[in-house]
Design a protein around this ligand. Structure first.
Ligand SMILES: [Fe+2]
Ligand SMILES: [Fe+2]
Length: 284
């Protein structure tokens, strides 16, 4: 089975934390996430992990013993921000601000309209999460949200890239297909953007230029550490990833006793070094 046939869309977003219980409370109280699983395991030392969901958006918050300082010292990463769909955008932003959420420096005055993304533009406001991760509330003006109100789970995950074409090709090999495009004019120059989709999960690939492109090289692992994609069969995906020349980080397929029957997973690197976990939740 090719990797593209094995991958079944997004599974979770991995966010490391130095304060697991505080982060869980922050997500529950401020954005309406619900914790549905929590476990302490031994993996390179003590690892506490909690899984939370907001409709189809699952985040894995994890605290690795001894890595607090490293986590706190991380800056913005190649995985730049994640975005939650907000049909009644103004209300959602007002509620976030009433809860005391702070704007991220990328949208210092709050809501911005991106005229040239998608057919009818996009509205977004970037907020700072409990681990300094960037969380966008996003309203895509091309989507008919009907009467839905409140935060709706996944909108997209944004990745800053050095070569848009190379990134699109890489994700096409993982079964993504092109779903839209746009551009953004910035002081650095025009940033071209491509959207790719896998089973309803969208990546926003942002081609950097100028000083931003230079800085990308030193971004490394950021506050959003990895994105996990679901696979039907992790063993086969591991074999295929190695065979097709992917940069596989792990020597062996890893296992953790999460959920009822455990998970099997491994990590590959995308074209700019972004971490992509391929993960199978076992059903037996
Ligand atoms: Fe993960
Ligand atoms: Fe975005």
């Amino acid at each position: 089975m090719k990797l593209s046939e094995n991958i079944m869309g997004v599974q979770h977003l991995g966010i490391p934390t130095a304060d697991l219980s505080g982060s869980v409370v922050w997500y529950e109280e401020n954005l309406g996430f619900q914790k549905f699983y929590e476990k302490t395991v031994w993996s390179d030392g003590k690892l506490n992990a909690a899984f939370l969901k907001l409709k189809d958006l699952v985040i894995e918050l994890y605290e690795q013993a001894g890595s607090g300082q490293e986590i706190l010292s991380r800056g913005d990463g190649i995985l730049d921000h994640y975005a939650i769909d907000a049909p009644d955008f103004d209300n959602c932003c007002q509620r976030a601000e009433a809860k005391g959420l702070r704007f991220h420096a990328s949208t210092p005055k709050g809501a911005v309209r991106y005229e040239n993304i998608g057919p009818k533009g996009v509205r977004g406001a970037n907020y700072v999460g409990p681990n300094q991760e960037v969380i966008e509330l996003c309203h895509n003006c091309s989507i008919n949200y009907g009467y839905r109100t409140g935060l709706q789970g996944w909108s997209h995950l944004a990745i800053k890239v050095s070569n848009l074409q190379a990134s699109i090709s890489f994700y096409e090999n993982l079964g993504f297909s092109k779903a839209g495009e746009g551009y953004l004019d910035t002081p650095d120059g025009r940033l071209y953007i491509g959207f790719v989709d896998n089973h309803g999960f969208q990546l926003e690939l942002i081609q950097l230029t100028g000083a931003g492109l230079e800085k990308l090289k030193s971004r490394g692992n950021g506050r959003i550490d990895h994105v996990a994609l679901s696979v039907k069969d992790a063993k086969e995906a591991f074999y295929e990833a190695k065979k097709s020349g992917c940069h596989v980080l792990d020597l062996f397929l890893k296992e953790l006793p999460f959920f009822e029957h455990g998970i099997r997973y491994f990590t590959i690197l995308g074209p700019d070094g972004e971490k992509i976990e391929l993960n199978q939740i076992r059903s037996w």
